[in-house]
Design a protein around this ligand. Structure first.
Ligand code: ATP
Ligand code: ZN
Length: 283
């Protein structure tokens, strides 16, 4: 049995549980419970505050955990990152009032900066040779300047909308973060085997998320040209259509490449192009 810690409630919790379900792991969801057990995989899930996850994994209360890199780096605990999970991307940034002139980190000298990430902020200020006062607060950091608690903030940003509506602008990115799976070093052989299986499933889900399955109708005379445009995993599948002189081509492409090639496919004569998501991709 492997014990996995996930955030009890917050921005990571729903996505972490959804990801596990996409890995084919079923469990009962009961918000009020502190733990639950998967019904078809040797996994127990513990629900904790995200701030506690690195420490609990380091101490072995849980064997693995899903947590943001921002929290992981701030807490400085002895755990290993075994998988980046690709969701809850955000950045830890310094923001100042929009009216402030800002050219470089030295403009932060002498300011009071509010944050929930004192260690990461201190590290950054040290690296830049800036002397500023760190004011640690646990929530609603973005309102600190408007109530006179600080002159700048160091906080998580995704779209930047919250900063904007609080009259702030992002001026320095300290850390880029996403959800990661962490593990206690030196797991037992039995637990490591379960973790390997879990990682295999996570990789298959992540691979599937970054690829699309595409199908299109192509006149037979254009099959070679279209095939060359497709950066597929292997050569594409070509099947004759009932209509004389036409074929259906199927392949898998990286989503990033997709928009680049779609126009070329149309020009080469492809019609009725369908794009669908892939649920799992096993290599
Ligand atoms: P807890 O009560 O568990 O301590 P919290 O209030 O500290 O929760 P949340 O706001 O739920 O934390 O955020 C959890 C994590 O989600 C963050 O540590 C970060 O990794 C990620 N995150 C935070 N803000 C954003 C955002 N705007 N976009 C995407 N991911 C984010
Ligand atoms: Zn937290």
């Amino acid at each position: 049995m492997l014990r996995l810690a996930v955030q009890k409630s917050g921005r990571l919790s729903e996505k972490s549980l959804e990801f596990l379900e996409e890995c084919g792991i079923h469990f009962q969801r009961n918000k009020s419970k502190l733990k639950t057990q998967a019904t078809n995989f040797p996994l127990e899930i513990l629900f904790l505050r995200d701030d506690d996850i690195p420490r609990y994994v380091a101490k072995g209360v849980a064997d693995v955990g899903i947590v943001g890199e921002n929290v992981l780096r701030e807490k400085q605990q002895a755990v290993e990152v075994c998988e980046k999970m690709g969701f809850s991307r955000c950045r830890l940034s310094i923001a100042v009032p929009q009216s402030m002139e800002y050219t470089s980190a030295s403009d932060l000298n002498g300011l009071k900066i509010a944050t929930s990430y004192p260690n990461l902020l201190e590290e950054f200020l040290k690296k830049e040779g800036v002397k500023a006062e760190i004011h640690e607060i646990s929530g609603s950091v973005e309102i600190a300047p408007s109530i006179g608690l600080a002159e700048a903030v160091c906080d998580l940003v995704s779209s930047g909308g919250t900063l904007l509506s609080n009259g702030l602008k992002e001026v320095e990115i300290i850390l880029r973060s996403e959800a990661v799976l962490v593990n206690k070093p030196d797991l037992s052989v039995e637990k490591q085997e379960i973790l390997d299986q879990l990682q295999f499933r996570i990789k298959s889900v992540m691979r599937a998320q970054s690829y699309k399955y595409i199908l299109m109708n192509v006149p037979n005379s254009a099959i070679d040209q279209v095939s060359e445009l497709l950066p597929g995993m292997k050569s594409p599948t070509v099947m004759p259509l009932a209509e004389e002189g036409w074929s259906s081509i199927h392949t898998v492409v990286k989503e990033d490449d997709f928009w680049e090639i779609i126009e070329n496919l149309r020009q080469a004569g492809a019609e009725g192009i369908l794009v669908t998501s892939i649920e799992k991709m096993i290599l």
